[in-house]
Design a protein around this ligand. Structure first.
Ligand SMILES: [Cu+2]
Length: 282
């Protein structure tokens, strides 16, 4: 039954869900809309009733000094409370445990990525082949050549990969993103992953999810839909928090691919890094 009524969520115009926890969120949205529909109809009937009783059909009706004696409105309130408790227990708590409190251990299988937001770009920092992030230092920040202030001389820093507005992740893997911001509050939003998290200066916030659809499969799935008519059809990283005058163009691109494709992309990036190093020797 939970699923049956939750299916309303499929008709609310959300993007296709491409994450493991997303379906529960969509079903919760479906249920919330049922509650809102009931409240809307209930209040609408009450509104029209009062118009009729005290306005349209005005016979100088006197106020009733006794007040309402029945308990129907109390029962209705209890009904709303019960519904909200149901939303909390059936949806909100399971989702919260899936993405926040009950996470699998971070091991070699977990893909760890740092995302550093800034006006108006997403810096994506990969730990590189050693799987460990190098140190970052604010004094090393250079907006052109080193936006996250990575210390290439630090122990694990030499092989780190830093991209701007380009994020690659493998499908069906635990993804742990450590989200922070260099300047103001941004919001890291992956609509198809049902991920949205504020990026707050001074804090590093973990964001966990598993993607279930590669970019290729996603593109096949949207054929014939409105999304297919857009110039940019693939996954995007949106900033969901008004963060300044160019907030609208703060967007990144996310590619979800198979583990093999992901690894070969990382190797390719590592090769670029070496090529850059050779250039420096000149
Ligand atoms: Cu922003």
């Amino acid at each position: 039954m939970i699923e049956f009524f939750g299916k309303l969520g499929e008709h609310l115009g959300f993007p296709i869900n491409a994450s493991e926890h997303g379906l529960i969120i969509d079903h919760m949205n479906g249920w919330i809309h049922w509650l809102m529909l009931i409240l809307f109809i209930g209040w609408g009937i009450f509104f029209i009733y009062t118009l009729y009783k005290f306005g349209l059909n005005n016979k100088n009706e006197k106020a009733d000094y006794e007040g309402v004696k029945s308990h129907y409105s109390t029962y209705a309130e209890y009904g709303v409370i019960l519904f909200e408790v149901f939303l909390l227990i059936a949806f909100a708590m399971p989702v919260w445990s899936m993405v926040k409190t009950n996470l699998p251990d971070i091991d070699n299988d977990t893909i760890e990525i740092r995302v550093i937001a800034q006006q108006f770009a997403w810096n994506i920092h990969y730990p590189g082949a050693d799987g460990k992030f190098g140190k970052t230092n604010i004094d090393l920040v250079d907006e052109e050549s080193n936006p996250v202030g990575l210390d290439r001389e630090s122990v694990n820093g030499a092989d780190d990969i830093v991209k701007v507005n380009q994020m690659h992740i493998p499908v069906n893997k635990d993804i742990m993103i450590y989200l922070s911001s260099k300047d103001v509050i941004h919001s890291f939003s992956l609509p198809e992953m049902r991920v949205k998290q504020d990026a707050i200066p001074g804090l590093t916030i973990p964001v966990f999810f598993r993607a279930t659809l590669t970019s290729d499969d996603f593109l096949k799935k949207i054929v014939g839909t409105k999304r297919d008519e857009l110039d940019q059809k693939g996954y995007e990283i949106a900033c969901a928090q008004l963060c300044g005058n160019s907030h609208y163009r703060m967007k990144g691109y996310m590619t979800v691919e198979t583990m093999e494709e992901y690894e070969s992309w990382l190797e390719e990036q590592a090769e670029y890094l070496e090529a850059e190093d050779d250039d420096d020797d000149w």
